[in-house]
Design a protein around this ligand. Structure first.
Ligand code: ARG
Length: 276
């Protein structure tokens, strides 16, 4: 009926060898609750292997001691058309991650690398639809970083305001199911309650056929999904969203992320897309 067509992706990931929750910079993080690093590594490895099984390429960056959140690679770069916009973290605890990723891009021959002057948590707050870069602000990325992204990447940016502290990054409240093509507009999934009233109207205008997620989907970080246009990698608990996606022709792929969620992260947070 729907014939959803996947496109092959290239991702950058960082193994959680030094993963921990020893500070709290979002409401999910509780340093007094133990995390199982071995399980985190097993879950992360399953995520990486899932991408490879689906035919995607996964590059890895060397994790660094003392940077427990470096596993959330999505926060360290926004890459569109081979152009790289790096990161500038809000929290001092994460600041050093940005330079490790900048060097990774440099060593891999990326020529057009811009480091932001404004707070910019990269794909945590930026989502590429194939035509537009949706940009979140409210908790982490500075709204002024949106204009900076437009200038550096040369793509139109649409600003959206996040209002619920549990959904502190855009990628905890919205993800792109299918990029726009010449034949069809982009399709996204989002949790309306995470956005300001004006941003909800913008989203309704831009994406009239969006999949609207509910509070249960959002509460398990179900909006932190990664789609290749057909296969949609989701946290294992996001079964309601998975069912609704399956009914419109997507192929949900459920993965365990219990340990990474203790830091406020899911599949997308661990996954930076390298768009050529
Ligand atoms: N503990 C990390 C932080 O609060 C989690 C980041 C999750 N990444 C994401 N793209 N939402 O910064």
């Amino acid at each position: 009926m729907f014939g959803r067509v996947p496109t092959t992706r290239r991702y950058l990931m960082c193994a959680p060898h030094y993963f921990a929750v020893n500070y709290a910079i979002n409401p999910w993080m509780d340093p007094s609750r133990p995390v199982d690093r071995e399980l985190a590594l097993a879950q992360w490895s399953e995520l990486r292997d899932t991408y490879r099984r689906l035919g995607h390429t996964v590059d890895e960056i060397e994790p660094q001691p003392g940077l427990p959140d470096m596993v959330f690679a999505a926060n360290s770069g926004t890459v569109v058309d081979g152009r790289v916009l790096g990161a500038r973290f809000r929290a001092a605890e994460r600041a050093a991650e940005a330079e490790h990723f900048r060097r990774w891009f440099l060593e891999r021959g990326y020529r057009d690398i811009t480091m932001p002057t404004k707070i910019n948590e990269a794909e945590g707050d930026f989502a590429w639809t194939g035509r537009l870069l949706l940009a979140g602000a409210g908790f982490r990325t500075d709204p002024a970083a949106h204009a900076e992204a437009q200038e550096a990447l040369g793509v139109p940016v649409v600003s959206l305001t996040l209002t619920d502290p549990r959904y502190y990054h855009l990628d905890t409240a919205l993800f792109v199911l299918a990029e726009a093509t010449d034949a069809a507009p982009a399709q996204v999934a989002y949790y309306p309650d995470a956005f300001s009233a004006g941003s909800r109207r913008v989203l309704a205008r831009l994406f009239p056929d969006a999949v609207l997620a509910d509070a249960d989907d959002a509460a398990v970080l179900g909006l932190n999904g990664v789609s290749d246009g057909r296969n949609v990698v989701l946290p294992a608990e996001a079964t309601g969203l998975a069912d609704r996606l399956a009914r419109i022709g997507y192929e949900p792929v459920l993965v365990g992320i219990s340990e990474l969620r203790k830091s406020g992260g899911g599949p997308k947070c661990c996954t930076m897309e390298l768009r050529k």
